[in-house]
Design a protein around this ligand. Sequence first.
Ligand SMILES: [Zn+2]
Length: 357
Amino acid sequence: MFLFRSNLLAAAAKVGSVAITIGLGSAPNQSARAETLPGQPGAPYQSMPSLAPIGTRVDHYLPIPKEDVTPAIDPKKGYRSQQLGRGLYMVTDNGYQSMFLVYETGVVVVDAPPGYSAHIRQAIAEVTDRPITHVVYSHAHVDHIGGVNDLGGHPIIIAQEETLRLLERAKDPRRPVPTVTFKDHYTLKVGSQVLDLSYPGSSPHEPGNIFIYAPEQKVLMVVDVIFPGWMPWRRFALAKDIPGYFDQVAYIDTLPFETLVGGHVNRVGTHSDVRTQLEFMNDLKTAAAAALKSTPPGEEMEAEDRPNLWAIYDNYIDRVVVKCVNAVTPKWQSRLAGYDVFIWDQCYAMEQSLRID
Ligand SMILES: [Zn+2]
C-alpha cells in the first residue's frame, strides 16, 4: 500500500465496503509557519489531503464485476471478431472497437484503431477475400483512425466535413484526409448493404463525431459516448460540452438500434446500458449540485491564505468533490466497472460544468 497521511478525506471517502484512500507522496511543508505536516494532527485544513487526489494512487482498485469480464483475446491473434448481423462484424482488442461490413464485391471498414489495425485485414480474411473499398471515420481522433494505412490499397474515405477540417489542420500522415465528406446525412449503399451516416449538428465529444447506423442489422456505432457496463472515460470521455453530452446520451436512447458499438471497452451495448449510464450521470449531477449548494467557498481557510484567491477556490472545489464522490459511491461502486478509477474526475468535471455552463 502506498503511503498516505492520516487525513479526514481518506476517512470521508470510506464508504460501503471500499475505502478510497488517497496515496500521498511525501509533501515537504514549505511554510515556515506550520510546525506540523499537512494532514497530521494540528496541521491546517484537516478535511483535505495534503495533495489533490487526481494523480495520486489508491492502494487497490475495485474488482471488475463478473459480467464485465469478457471473452478473452487470443494473444497470438491480438483481436477477436463478433458478428452483429448479416455481413456486419465488430473487431476488438477488448479496449477498442471497430467494424467491417461485407457486401457483394467488397468490404467497408469503420475506424482503424492503431492498437490492432495491423490485424484488421486478417479479421476480414476469416470471412471473405473481397477487397476493402471504403473506410468510414467515426471522428478525427488518432486513437480510433490512426491505423488506417495498415488497411492497404486506396479505399474511398468517408467522414463528416468537420473531420476533414480537423485532419487538414493536424497534417498527420497516419490519418489521411477523407475523400468524401458530408454535412448532415450520407447514405452509403454498397450492393445490398446500407450504412446510414448522420451528424446531429454538433458533437459534445469532438466536432465531426458521427452516428453510423446499419438499419438491417439494427446496429448503431457512436464512439466515445456510451461505455457499456463501465464508468465513462475520465471527464465524460473528455467531452468538450458536458450539457451537450448529457443530451446526446439521452438522444441515443431514443434511436431504434438493438446493438450499440461504443468504440471502447470489451463488449457491445444495449438500450439498457445507455439507460444505466444516463442514470449514473443524473445521480452524479444531483450529487454535485447538492454539494455545491451546501459548501461555502472560503470556509475553514487560514487567515493568512485568504488573499490567495486560487487557494480559496481550490479548497472549495475539493470539498465539493469529496461530497460528490461520497454521495454516489454506495450505489454505483459495484455497478460500473472501473468506477473508482475515474469517479474523482467525473465529480470535478460535473461541479465545474454546473458552475460555469
Ligand atoms: Zn475520441
